[in-house]
Design a protein around this ligand. Structure first.
Ligand code: GLA
Length: 732
C-alpha cells in the first residue's frame, strides 16, 4: 500500500496489492480521474488518457479549445463549466451564482485515517491505511474544499468524503454535497440495488446501465427498507464467483441518493451522498461542512469476493469496542410471545424456560414504560411502569441475572405518542410545520432531534434507566418516516439543514450512551430493517434485519442483506409457527437453520413448544455456541440464489479453511427431478473433508459438488416444502 505523488505530472497513485486508483491535477487545475481497477505498475505520467481533441462542444481551455470536462472523467464534478452531467456538489453564492471552479492548492498524505466529526466512519490504525487529502480552492467563490481518499492495506477499498469551508466573509448555501463520484470509461455494466419495504427488505434488483441514468434515494429521514444505501455495478457476466464489480456503501443513516449516469460519449458516472433534495447547508464565514463517508470496494473475482470485503472491513474497521469481532449472545425476545401484554411474572416464566435451554440473554421488548399498553400511548416516557415492573428495570434485570442470563431492553428514543407526559409537557419538541397538522405514523410523532435540548432530555432519561441495574443490551427502534420536517427555532433559510441535523442528533445520542455504557451491545431496529446501513453499524454492531421472521422469507431477506453487510450484523431469530407475518409453518429445524446465519436467538415462548421441540432447541443452542464464531465471522459464500430457484444455499468457511458450515434450503419441493449437484466454495482444494461421514477432496466439492441426494435421499421424491440442512464440513 502506498500513495505516490508525481510532482511533475501532478498525478496521484493510490494502490495496494489489489487495486490502483489514479488521478491527477489537469492543466486547468481541477482534479481528473485516470484509472480505477486492478493494481497496475506505477508510471510518472499517465496524462495520455486525457482526451484532448477538437470535438468538444464547449472547451475550457481558451488557448487550445481542446479540453472539455464532458469528454473527460472528473473526481468531483461541478455543474456550469463544461461538464453537463450530474454534479457532485453545488454552492449558491451571495450573488446567486452557482458556478464554481475548484483548483488544486496542496495536499497531505497521512498514515492511517482521521475520524469524521460527529459522523460514523471506518477507522484505521497507522499501518492499516493511508489517507490523501487534496486541498482545492475556488478563489472567486472564496470557498475551500478538501477531498479525502483513504486506501486500506488489506482491502480493495477506497473510502471517500469531502469537506467544504467558507473562506469568504459572505454566507454560502451548499445545495448539494455528495460524498463521492467515480467516472468510469465505459458503460458495459449492470446496476444492482437492494429494494423492498417493511417485511421484505433488501431484495436485489438488477438493471442494465446505458445512456441516461438510474438512481435510488431515500427522502424518509431514514436510509429506508425501500432502498438500501448500498449499490453495486457489475459486468453483465459477473456472478457470485467471477467477474468485475464495484460497490458503493454509504456510511450514513438519513436521506441519500445513489446514481449511475451514462453520458452519450460512453462515460459512466457513479455518485453517492446525502440526498440533495431537501438539503441546503448554510455556511457562514469560517464554517465547515463535512460530508459522510462512502466506502468504495472493487473486485475482479465476483460478488462473493466483493461482499467478503465489506464483511471484513465492517467487522474490523467499522464496528467498535467490546463487540468488535465478538460472537453475539444468544438471546430471547418476548415481542412475538407477549406483545405489550405482560407483567414481571409472565416475563420470568419465559426467561426461566429459556435459561433451561441455554439462552444467554433476555430482551424485554416494547411495553415496559409509561402508560404503554398498546401503541397509542407512552412513547417518550422512559420510566418503568410499576404495574409491569414492580421493582423497576433493575429489579427485573437482577432476577434475570439470577437465572444466569444477561438482560437488555427495547427503546424507541426518537419518538413520542401524543398521549404521553413528554408530549403534554413539550408539544413543541416534535417535527412540525407551522400552521399544519403533523401526520401520525403508528400513532406517534417524531421528536425533533435537530434540537440539542430534545436530545439532551432523552439522554438524561435513558441514562438513568440504563444505569439502574445490570443492563447488557439495548434494542434501539425507530418506527416511522419523518414528515412535516421543520425546526421552528431555525430561520427560513436554514430549514434545509434539519434532516441532516436530525440524524446528527441521533448519532450524538448513540455516541454519548456508548461512551457511558461501553459494554452494552446495541442492536438497531427500524420496523425491522428500515435503517439497516453502515452508519448504524458504527454505533450498533447488529441490526434487526426484518420484522418478517418467517424462515422461508428470511432466506431471501438475509441473502439480500449479505451482499453489503456482515453475517455478524444480521439480527435473526427463531419465532413461533404459524408465522405471524406469513402464516407459514416451517419446522423448528428450518427456522434455526436460517437464523444460524445471523446473530441467532428466539422470539417465542419456549413454554409453548412440544417437549421434543424443546430438546431440539437445546441442541440448537449448543450447536450455535460451538459454531457462532465461524458462522458470524467466517468467510461467507452465497452458493445458490433463492431468487432464481426453489432452493437456496450458502456457506461459511473458517480462515484456515479447515472447517465450513453449509446451509441448504428447499423452499418449494420439485418432484420427480434429478437431485443435481451443489458446488461448494472457499475450501482448500487439496484437503480431504468429511461431510456426513464421507470423505471428499476440496476440489471435488468445489468443482463437482455434493449430490443433493446425499443430503437427503428422499426429499426430492416426497416433495416436502421448507426442508433444510445445515452440515458441518471438517478437514481430516
Ligand atoms: C418494531 C420492531 C419489532 C418490535 C416492535 C415493538 O416493529 O421492529 O421488533 O420491537 O417495534 O413495538
Amino acid at each position: 500500500m502506498d500513495i505516490i505523488w508525481h510532482n511533475k505530472s501532478r498525478q496521484y497513485h493510490l494502490y495496494n496489492d489489489k487495486i490502483s486508483y489514479i488521478m491527477g491535477v489537469t492543466p486547468l487545475g481541477d482534479l481528473g480521474s485516470i484509472y480505477f481497477g486492478n493494481r497496475i505498475h506505477d508510471k510518472e505520467d499517465m496524462s495520455y488518457v486525457v482526451n484532448r481533441f477538437g470535438l468538444a462542444n464547449v472547451a475550457m481551455d481558451p488557448d487550445t479549445e481542446s479540453y472539455s470536462m464532458e469528454l473527460n472523467r472528473q473526481e468531483y464534478p461541478s455543474f456550469g463549466l463544461t461538464d453537463f452531467g450530474t454534479q457532485a456538489f453545488e454552492i449558491e453564492q451571495e450573488n446567486g451564482s452557482r458556478v464554481s471552479s475548484f483548483v488544486y492548492k496542496d495536499h497531505k498524505i497521512i498514515k492511517g485515517k482521521t475520524p469524521l466529526k460527529g459522523l460514523p466512519a471506518t477507522y484505521a490504525g497507522q499501518d492499516e491505511a493511508m489517507t490523501l487529502e487534496v486541498y482545492l480552492e475556488d478563489e472567486v467563490a472564496k470557498m475551500a474544499m478538501t477531498l479525502s481518499y483513504t486506501i486500506f492495506e488489506n482491502y480493495p477499498v477506497i473510502a471517500r468524503h469531502a469537506v467544504f469551508k467558507n473562506i469568504g466573509s459572505d454566507v454560502k448555501k451548499i445545495t448539494r454535497a455528495l460524498s463521492a463520484c467515480i467516472d468510469l470509461p465505459d458503460q458495459d455494466y449492470e446496476w444492482m440495488q437492494f429494494s423492498g419495504a417493511w417485511a421484505r427488505e433488501r431484495i436485489p434488483v438488477t438493471k442494465k446501465i446505458s445512456e441516461g441514468s438510474i438512481s435510488i434515494e431515500s427522502k424518509r429521514g431514514v436510509s429506508s427498507a425501500n432502498q438500501n444505501p448500498f449499490v453495486i455495478i457489475k459486468r453483465p457476466n459477473t456472478d457470485d464467483f467471477e467477474g468485475e464489480a464495484i460497490g458503493m456503501s454509504f456510511v450514513y443513516s438519513g436521506n441519500f441518493l445513489a446514481k449511475a449516469e451514462g453520458n452519450t460519449f460512453g462515460r459512466l458516472r457513479l455518485l453517492m451522498g446525502i440526498n440533495p433534495d431537501r438539503f441546503t447547508w448554510v455556511l457562514k464565514e469560517g464554517e465547515e461542512f463535512e460530508t459522510p463517508e462512502v466506502v468504495i470496494a472493487r473486485t475482479s473475482e465476483g460478488l462473493n469476493d466483493l461482499s467478503q470485503t465489506y464483511h471484513e472491513l465492517y467487522n474490523n474497521n467499522l464496528v467498535r469496542g467490546k463487540w468488535k469481532n465478538t460472537p453475539r449472545p444468544i438471546l430471547i425476545n418476548n415481542w412475538e410471545a407477549t406483545f405489550m401484554d405482560f407483567d414481571e411474572k409472565r416475563i420470568l416464566e419465559i426467561a426461566e424456560k429459556a435459561s433451561q435451554a441455554g439462552v444467554e440473554m433476555f430482551v424485554l421488548d416494547d411495553g415496559w414504560f409509561g402508560e404503554r399498553n398498546d401503541d397509542y400511548a407512552g412513547l417518550g416516557d422512559w420510566i418503568e411502569n410499576p404495574k409491569k415492573l414492580p421493582q423497576g428495570m433493575a429489579g427485573l434485570a437482577n432476577k434475570i441475572s439470577a437465572l444466569g442470563m444477561k438482560f437488555g431492553f427495547w427503546i424507541e428514543p426518537e419518538m413520542v405518542n401524543p398521549d404521553s407526559n413528554l408530549y403534554r409537557r413539550h408539544p413543541e419538541w416534535v417535527l412540525a410545520t407551522p400552521g399544519r397538522k403533523s401526520s401520525l405514523g403508528r400513532h406517534q410523532y417524531v421528536l425533533d432531534y435537530s434540537k440539542d435540548e430534545v436530545v439532551d432530555y432523552i439522554y438524561g432519561m435513558l441514562k438513568k434507566v440504563m444505569g439502574s441495574g445490570p443492563i447488557s443490551y439495548i434494542k434501539w427502534d425507530m418506527n416511522r418516516s419523518l414528515t412535516e420536517v421543520y425546526n421552528a427555532d431555525l430561520p427560513a433559510d436554514e430549514q434545509g439543514m434539519v434532516y441532516h441535523k436530525y440524524i446528527m442528533g441521533v448519532y450524538s445520542l448513540y455516541e454519548r450512551l456508548r461512551n457511558d455504557f461501553p459494554e452494552i451491545l446495541f442492536e438497531s431496529c427500524s420496523s425491522g430493517g428500515n435503517r439497516f446501513d453502515a452508519g448504524m453499524l458504527y454505533y450498533a454492531p447488529q441490526a434487526w434485519c426484518s420484522d418478517n421472521t418467517d424462515a422461508i422469507d428470511r432466506i431471501r431477506i438475509q441473502y439480500g442483506s449479505s451482499f453489503g453487510y456482515p453475517i455478524s450484523s444480521i439480527g435473526a431469530h427463531v419465532s413461533a409457527v404459524p408465522n405471524q407475518q406469513t402464516g407459514r409453518s416451517a419446522s423448528i429445524d428450518t427456522r434455526a437453520n436460517v437464523a444460524y446465519f445471523g446473530t441467532f436467538g428466539y422470539e417465542l415462548d419456549l413454554n409453548h413448544i412440544t417437549d421434543d421441540e424443546f430438546e431440539t432447541v437445546k441442541k440448537q443452542i449448543s450447536f450455535m455456541k460451538e459454531n457462532r464464531e465461524l458462522l458470524q465471522f467466517g468467510t461467507f459464500y452465497r452458493l445458490r440464489s433463492p431468487f432464481e430457484k426453489d432452493q437456496a444455499a450458502w456457506m461459511v468457511v473458517s480462515k484456515d479453511k479447515k472447517k465450513a458450515i453449509l446451509g441448504f434450503y428447499c423452499m418449494r419441493a420439485n418432484v420427480n427431478q434429478l437431485p443435481g449437484f451443489l458446488k461448494l466454495a472457499g475450501l482448500e482444494k487439496d484437503l480431504v473433508y468429511v461431510l456426513r461421514g464421507e470423505e471428499y477432496y476440496g476440489d471435488e466439492l468445489m468443482n463437482m459438488g455434493v449430490t443433493l441426494n446425499k443430503l437427503n435421499s428422499n426429499f426430492l421424491t416426497t416433495g416436502q416444502d421448507f426442508v433444510s440442512y445445515v452440515e458441518v464440513i471438517e478437514a481430516k
